[in-house]
Design a protein around this ligand. Structure first.
Ligand code: XIL
Length: 348
């Protein structure tokens, strides 16, 4: 019997629902209490006023990473830097007993009018760069547990990305970011953070070489982050291999933006049950990968969203299709999924 597309989707949604039903049940013990290392979550200021979000985050997580508020474009106001948003996020987090991981001082994807105006004026650009990094890092000195000093410096093939920072400051912009951040905050761990280190061996090798080069050049690199935005088709063991490779530097390792997309192929919902189980297995693997590290290298695991509905993959431009992604541990209503149980099980 040929299943019509509508029939296929209806059965898929039923399957997905029963999959979710199966995962319902008592909430696993707070993740932050089960873990011997920080369990973080991406946060935007407006979410603190959403009771569903804030109650789940209060129960389950011990740290937040600003998804947007500490990025260059969020800080850049018409007359200089406007810290109202990040200050608000920090004070809301502190009021909930949550620590904050700073994200991110220098990222190829963001700039400001000031830097665009200075494009090509090397001396002025360098002075503005130092002023920007020291001002932001200095403002949150003692308020963040660490910084993504430089985010996504590498292209998919492992080459240094072309970006405005590099065009004006040379390859040394990365080392300068670490030096300026350390100048403003003598204590915060400073991270180099990137993505697809699980699936692109050349990029991971280049990341390790870049980190080693920074250390040799005396840059105060004191942590490495692997974003771990993966999908449910990822082969078992890839996350463990990436974390172990990064840990070979001897520095603290941060699984910094974990999510597992289940939109694998067009009719992902058709295989919902299988994908949810794959997602759960990858969640457990990620915990196991960090548990294998010595305690001093366990900077933590940060989920890039609390509930599926909070995920960046549910917002344009990432969310483009008919099937809505379910990449996180808790469903749209904050109920634990199989991934939450597997994550909690691996912690305990
Ligand atoms: C994303 C946010 O989740 C989106 O809300 C925002 O519109 C764009 O940035 N890698 C990163 C994060 O380091 O800063 C990105 O966050 C996701 C990819």
């Amino acid at each position: 019997m040929r299943l019509s597309r509508r029939g296929a989707l209806a059965s898929a949604l039923a399957l997905a629902a029963c999959g979710r039903q199966a995962a319902a049940g008592p909430e696993p013990g707070p993740l932050k209490s089960l873990a011997r290392f920080p369990i973080g979550v991406a946060a935007m200021t407006g979410q603190f006023d959403d009771l569903g979000w804030s109650e789940l985050v209060r129960r389950q997580f011990g740290r937040v990473t600003p998804e947007w508020e500490m990025k260059t474009e969020a800080l850049a106001g018409p007359g200089g830097y406007d810290f109202q948003r990040p200050d608000s996020l920090v004070s809301r987090a502190e009021a909930m007993g949550l620590k904050v991981h700073g994200h991110t001082l220098v990222w190829y994807a963001e700039t400001s009018r000031e830097f665009e105006r200075l494009d090509g004026q090397k001396q002025a650009y360098a002075e503005a760069y130092r002023a920007y990094v020291t001002t932001v890092a200095g403002r949150y000195r003692g308020k963040v547990t660490g910084w993504d000093a430089v985010n996504e410096p590498l292209s998919d093939d492992g080459a240094l990305r072309d970006c405005r920072w590099r065009r004006n400051l040379g390859d040394g912009y990365i080392r300068l970011a670490f030096l300026h951040a350390r100048e403003a905050d003598p204590a915060a761990p400073l991270f180099l953070n990137d993505y697809d280190l699980e699936t692109r061996p050349a990029k991971r090798a280049a990341f390790l070489r870049l980190a080693e080069g920074l250390l040799k050049a005396g840059a105060p690199l004191t942590g490495v982050g692997t974003q771990t935005h993966v999908n449910a088709a990822l082969e078992p063991g890839a996350i463990k291999a990436a974390v172990a490779d990064l840990a070979s530097l001897g520095l603290p390792v941060h699984v910094s933006e974990f999510d597992v997309s289940v939109k694998v192929g067009q009719l992902a919902a058709l295989r919902a049950e299988g994908l949810e189980q794959r997602q759960a297995a990858l969640a457990a693997e990620t915990v196991e990968a960090v548990m294998r590290l010595p305690q001093r290298q366990r900077y933590g695991i940060t989920l890039w969203g609390a509930r599926d509905r909070d995920s960046w993959l549910r917002r344009p431009p990432e969310d483009r299709g008919l099937i809505r992604d379910r990449p996180l541990l808790f469903d749209d209503n904050g109920r634990p999924k199989a991934a939450a149980r597997a994550f909690a099980g691996a912690l305990s």
